[in-house]
Design a protein around this ligand. Structure first.
Ligand code: TTP
Ligand code: MG
Length: 369
């Protein structure tokens, strides 16, 4: 039996700001872009959440709801540094750590658990929380169970500084009263649709017959059904398959000059082309990421006529995407270039010889198209 922890730091950016400036402790902190620049909230401290402030809310609305809120510009370098320290603590418990974002990871703690010797999952979780607190000053919410999907839901239920353990066998009962939208893979649209059929809790969902699942979820039917009863056995992935290659840079001063933006963008494109070349990858989709002076962050992407790792088409395409966003007075804090949607041939090249033998025919016909 596996034991999986899902750990998620509390109000991460805001907590780091409170840590670095103790005067902010206990106060409503809003990290994000300035209201006068049409900025949005990246995150809010729990003190500010009492006033209804949420991530992705316009800062103007946040400040209206919470006038005493202290608005702070994000410091991404500092957050990355704190993230690295927390992930290092996680890795001292197990090598099997799968980070999902800067502030969130799965840990397979099976090897650290030995119930005969009194090392229970609960004990490991408490130790993890204590060490993160002692060594970084941050609080982390933790969910513990035998599966990734249940642990992820559990870590969110008792925030902040939460700890929820779901003992083996209790999964269906734990999940049953929760809204269907809590399940991984059920987005707001699907949740609405299920609700209109009278299915609003995971328990009601889990009780549907197999042909209903097949009709509603098609190929995903079995995996959704398993997650609804807490029975997924997804392993913790420590290494991820490369799905995209990208490079980005934040400017010391915001940039608005067209020629200068183009120069920076092309240098990024060249860097990405170089690393695609080194990795033997060719991609079809080019993405440009932009962050404006007010921290609004968005991206634009387009597809090349053929997969490539050459600098020229990546540069050209990236510039076309950026040029369409340039308007007088608009200035940029950050630019990034990414390439994804890799050609099939790369995947085949990375397969073992044995698998290669089985798939050469398929790969050939894919190449011919
Ligand atoms: P979350 O873990 O979603 O949020 P959180 O850590 O701030 O709060 P919680 O206690 O509910 O976990 O995201 C982690 C960080 O990612 C967050 O501190 C800021 C950033 N973020 C954004 O920049 N924009 C967003 O819309 C969200 C959701 C997060
Ligand atoms: Mg968090």
């Amino acid at each position: 039996m596996k034991h999986i922890i899902h750990a998620d730091l509390d109000a991460f950016y805001a907590a780091v700001e409170q840590l670095d400036n103790p005067e902010l402790l206990g106060k409503p902190v809003l990290v994000g872009g300035r209201p006068e620049n049409r900025g949005v909230v990246a995150t809010a401290s729990y003190e500010a959440r009492q006033f209804g402030v949420r991530s992705a809310m316009p800062m103007r609305t946040a400040v209206r709801n919470c006038p005493q809120g202290i608005v702070i510009a994000p410091r991404f370098t500092r957050y990355r540094e704190m993230s690295r320290r927390v992930m290092d603590i996680f890795r001292s418990f197990t090598e099997l750590v799968e980070p999902l974002s800067l502030d969130e990871a799965y840990l397979d703690i099976s090897a650290a658990v030995n119930q005969a010797e009194g090392r229970w999952p609960l004990g490991v979780a408490l130790e993890l929380k204590r060490r993160v607190k002692d060594e970084t000053g941050l609080t982390v919410s933790v969910g513990v169970s035998v599966s990734k999907s249940v642990s992820k839901i559990a870590s969110d239920l008792d925030k902040p500084d939460g700890l929820v353990v779901v003992p083996p066998g209790d999964e269906p009962g734990f999940l049953a009263p929760l809204p269907v939208g809590k399940l991984w893979g059920i987005g707001p649209k699907t949740a609405e649709r299920l609700k209109s059929e009278g299915i609003d809790t995971i328990g009601i969902l889990a009780a549907q017959p197999p042909d209903w699942f097949a009709r509603v979820f098609g190929q995903r039917a079995e995996s959704v059904r398993q997650r609804a009863v807490g029975l997924d056995d997804e392993p913790v992935h420590t290494e991820r398959v490369t799905k995209s290659v990208s490079s980005e840079t934040t400017f010391p001063n915001d940039l608005s000059d067209r020629a200068e933006l183009r120069r920076v963008l092309e240098a990024l494109a060249d860097g990405v082309a170089g690393s695609l070349e080194r990795k033997g990858l060719q991609g079809r989709t080019v993405t440009v990421k932009m962050r404006l002076a007010d921290f609004a962050t968005f991206s634009r992407q387009t597809t090349l006529p053929a997969p490539s790792s050459d600098a020229a088409p990546i540069r050209e395409t990236a510039w076309r995407l950026l040029a369409a966003e340039l308007t007088p007075g608009r200035s940029f804090r950050l630019l990034g270039v990414g390439v994804s949607n890799f050609a099939e041939a790369n995947a085949v090249r990375q397969l073992s010889l044995w698998e290669y033998g089985l798939t050469t025919e398929a790969a050939k016909s894919a190449d011919d198209n």
